[in-house]
Design a protein around this ligand. Sequence first.
Ligand SMILES: Nc1ncnc2c1ncn2[C@@H]1O[C@H](COP(=O)(O)OP(=O)(O)O)[C@@H](O)[C@H]1O
Ligand SMILES: [Mg+2]
Length: 287
Amino acid sequence: MNKLPSLSMIYDHIRPEERMLIDLAKRKGIKLKLHKTDDFFLDATLTSTKEDFQDVVLQRSISYFCSIHLTALLENRGIEVINSSKIALLCGNKLMTTLILSRENVPVPKTFIAFNVKSALDALLEIGYPAIIKPVIGSWGRLVAPLKDPESARAILEDRENMFPLYQIYYIQEMVKRPPRDIRSFVIGDKVVAAIYRYSSKDDWRTNTARGGQVENCKVTSEIENVSLRATQPFGDGIFGVDMMESSNDILVSEINYTTEFRNSVPATGVNIPDLILDYALRRLKN
Ligand SMILES: Nc1ncnc2c1ncn2[C@@H]1O[C@H](COP(=O)(O)OP(=O)(O)O)[C@@H](O)[C@H]1O
Ligand SMILES: [Mg+2]
């Protein structure tokens, strides 16, 4: 009798995405072993044990810090993790992503980095108001703030002086003149499987669905396909959510998500993203 194909999935909360993956794995006859990050500890000095993990692990932990540390440890034991620690490290940090995309000539918004309030204000004079400040590590639009004029910029920057040092890496970006929407494409391996428009709600300028952004299907044009693949290939084989903005000339890539949410995108696009994720993980199992 053939053994059921087996995968592991690491999670810290079961969101609708993890629920879909669990239910679908059951329907597809895949044994999906679940590992909740709160529930175990691991020997960091072991290099060749799989312990109770399967050969391929879907890493769905929400926490950036938990994700990179745990993934690196598992990789050190020869376990294949989707996404890799390299992808998580680089895509989880907006500056690292900007550096790589710029090097690859992928269009990105103009972005400056400064390390104190005075030089951040100088950078803002050059980039022009309104601009945007973002934490280099973060998601769901948290602490992504518009800087409308020097007075409010100074106030926001001074607030951040009292936060954890990470928030004093001032990542300052031009405010792209985009329509009230952006584009998120889903890249699985070497394919762009779907894309959505995200429209900002009336209560927030950010388009994040976590902030009430509304989702609509977006046709994967050859331009979107091209930009999405060029933006993700430098990071390696994996699963990505590419955030893009339509400027007057170009499609600009603003960030790449490495544990992307898809609960609203499946009904909007009609594409069974969790099914494609499981198929992709099984392909990685065979390679
Ligand atoms: N440079 C920009 N110009 C205009 N809008 C932006 C810009 N950067 C971000 N936004 C808006 O803010 C949202 C959150 O920014 P993003 O960089 O994706 O951070 P997060 O990781 O928190 O989602 C984006 O989805 C977009 O709607
Ligand atoms: Mg985003």
